[in-house]
Design a binder for this molecule. Structure first.
Ligand code: HEM
Length: 184
């Protein structure tokens, strides 16, 4: 379950970043379908990440291999915590910036064009200046979390490859089903 959720969420996050880069290059009406798909994938990521967190609590992962040093364990925990911040904070800030906008009134969120998804109620009723300020704040937060995500992805992939290619210590097998896995 943890492996399935890991790879599903990873694929959706990379896809959603790609979609954002794509729709950022568009203007006007052609921008609407990729933005709507981005919102649908984003909300799906939120739900899957909450499921992943719940699963982690119900079924904690096996301890890391004893061969890992103190700094490696601390680095791993820091990256995990920051990743959960991105996996939950990005969709929430995206949902908030979309809700704090007049556009939501004639273009509500509809997951994959079919399932209606509510706006965050209080944000839709703000007076115009406060709504604009709130919208801009969440756009900034969303962008900063995107920058954090880029950094985390680079560090995470580099660390995974280091374990796979240089250390060959079975850490990669904890997330890749067909590789031998190591634990303490
Ligand atoms: C993990 C999930 C998500 C990821 C990885 C993600 C990623 C991104 C990225 C990289 C950008 C471009 C940021 C920039 O240009 O500075 C962006 C923009 C945007 N995202 Fe997301 N996003 C996610 C979830 C959501 C959700 C759930 C919504 C809405 C329900 C949303 C709505 C938007 C909108 C409307 C923009 C354009 C903001 C603007 O510049 O006006 N995102 N997203």
């Amino acid at each position: 379950m943890a492996m399935t959720l890991h790879w599903l969420i990873a694929a959706l996050i990379v896809t959603n970043i790609g979609l954002a880069w794509y729709f950022n290059s568009l203007n006007g009406l052609p921008k609407i379908p990729p933005v709507q798909l981005h919102k649908s994938f984003g909300i799906t990521i939120l739900l899957l990440s909450l499921a992943r967190l719940a699963w982690r609590i119900v079924s904690p992962p096996p301890p890391l291999p004893a061969s890992l040093s103190r700094w490696e364990r601390m680095a791993a925990s820091t990256v995990y915590v920051l990743f959960y911040g991105v996996m939950i904070g990005m969709p929430l800030s995206g949902w908030a910036l979309t809700s704090a906008s007049l556009i939501i009134r004639f273009e509500p969120i509809k997951l994959f064009g079919t399932i209606p998804w509510p706006a965050i109620g209080p944000l839709t009723h703000l007076p115009a200046p406060a709504m604009k300020q709130t919208h801009d704040t969440f756009v900034t937060v969303h962008g900063l979390l995107a920058d954090l995500a880029y950094g985390l992805i680079v560090v995470h992939v580099a660390a995974a490859l280091r374990h796979l290619v240089l250390l060959r210590d079975g850490v990669m097998g904890r997330m890749v089903p067909f590789l031998p896995a190591a634990s303490a």
